[in-house]
Design a protein around this ligand. Structure first.
Ligand code: ATP
Length: 355
């Protein structure tokens, strides 16, 4: 298993990058622990696949180095990196049987046949394809083919890391849940370093110990699911994680006083906004208390989503979302309080602390 160091990686697909916008990866500098389960989360085009391919060796970064356990592997080809990779679309050998597809990576490494058999049968059971072992792979559905692809990544237990690029996209929702918990169990059992690319926040949050959020070619936050929810370090993380996402309101900060339109909120600290051009207040919809006291608000719409209600409203001229429990009251002349400990202040989109 390996500790993965991304040492000042930048990557441009074009020949002569001249501005930061020419880079698919602008600057990635991080170390991922041995045996960690990381989810790489971000919107389409933010650079997740590029970063994954740099780790596996399919792409050589334009700048920077990649190290496994301190050894520079930047110029090593994929086959010498000891990495298993599972792609969004299944890569399998159609003319081989299901069994032989799974045995292939082991036989390639000259694993004794008895050991191959034991491991292949374990995996077949895990992916629920035991009764298909002797069928030709071409006869399987897309869903089953992807299970084989996953199985091929898992069957080797000597890998430094397993990289998954949205592997469950083609799997039906129930099987997705099953495979996700099986992956989690195997990870605990074997302790391989696992990097799992997804744009689905639920998948990332349920599966990973640490979620790596990418936006526009950069890693904007690495944290536990709770940290991302409670203390988003960038307004993008606030919007992207949570449903609905965090409310981000333009705010003027003067010492510990934060003013949004006509309303001023007193914090118990003075945020260090430096010489920021833009300052904003962030608060999650779950931490706005709707009641009869506090600041005025105009409710425009209530969406009942079963266990909760989402209230859409205007606060001091800005749209906000508020999450109210199913039995929560929404008075006609509703007012709001913001839980001060749940307020974050952002300077030029980055969360700031105390002065
Ligand atoms: P998705 O979730 O859609 O796969 P992603 O987050 O994985 O997106 P990448 O595929 O890494 O993002 O793409 C990052 C940027 O690099 C995008 O602007 C994309 O258009 C560009 N890009 C990716 N691959 C290539 C390539 N082979 N040649 C040129 N540009 C590329």
């Amino acid at each position: 298993m390996a500790r993965i160091t991304l040492d000042h990686i930048r990557h441009a697909y074009g020949p002569k990058p001249s501005s930061p916008q020419d880079y698919a990866l602008k600057e990635v500098h991080h170390e991922w622990n041995d045996g960690g389960a990381y989810a790489l989360l971000g919107p389409s085009g933010c650079g997740k696949t590029t970063l994954l391919n740099i780790i596996s060796g399919l792409v050589t970064p334009s700048e920077g180095r990649i190290l496994f356990d301190g050894t520079d592997v930047t110029q090593l080809p994929t086959e010498r990196r000891n990495i298993a990779q599972v792609f969004q679309f299944p890569v399998i050998y159609d003319t081989m049987t299901v069994y032989d597809n799974l045995a292939f990576p082991l036989r390639n490494r000259r694993v004794p046949e008895a050991e191959v058999d034991r491991r292949v049968r374990d995996i077949l059971e895990m992916i629920d394809l035991s009764s298909w072992a002797n069928r030709k792979a071409q006869r399987l559905t897309a869903d089953q083919k992807q299970k084989i692809s996953l199985g091929r990544g898992l069957v080797r237990n000597d890998v430094s890391a397993i990289l998954f690029d949205e592997p469950l996209t083609v799997i039906d929702p129930h099987m997705k849940w099953v495979l996700r918990s099986q992956l989690k169990r195997l990870h605990r059992q074997f302790g391989f370093t696992m990097v799992y690319v997804t744009h689905d926040q639920t998948e990332a949050l349920t599966f990973a110990d640490k979620v790596v959020v990418m936006y526009d070619g950069e890693i904007v936050q690495i944290g536990t699911p709770a940290e991302l929810f409670e203390r988003p370090s960038h307004t993008f993380v606030g919007y992207f994680i949570g449903s609905p996402g965090m409310n981000v309101l333009p705010a003027a900060v003067d010492g510990s006083a934060v003013t949004i339109g006509a309303e001023t909120i007193q914090l118990d600290y003075a945020p260090n906004i430096g010489s920021a051009k833009k300052t904003e207040l962030g608060i999650r919809p779950e931490f706005i208390r709707l009641g009869r006291d506090g600041m005025p608000i105009e409710v425009t719409k209530v969406e009942d989503i079963g266990r909760q209600k989402i209230v859409r409203a205007r606060f001091s001229g800005h749209p906000v979302a508020i999450v109210v429990p199913e039995d929560g009251e929404i008075p006609a002349d509703a007012r709001v309080r913001f839980d001060p400990s749940a307020i974050s202040i952002y300077a030029d989109s980055w969360r700031v602390g105390r002065e």
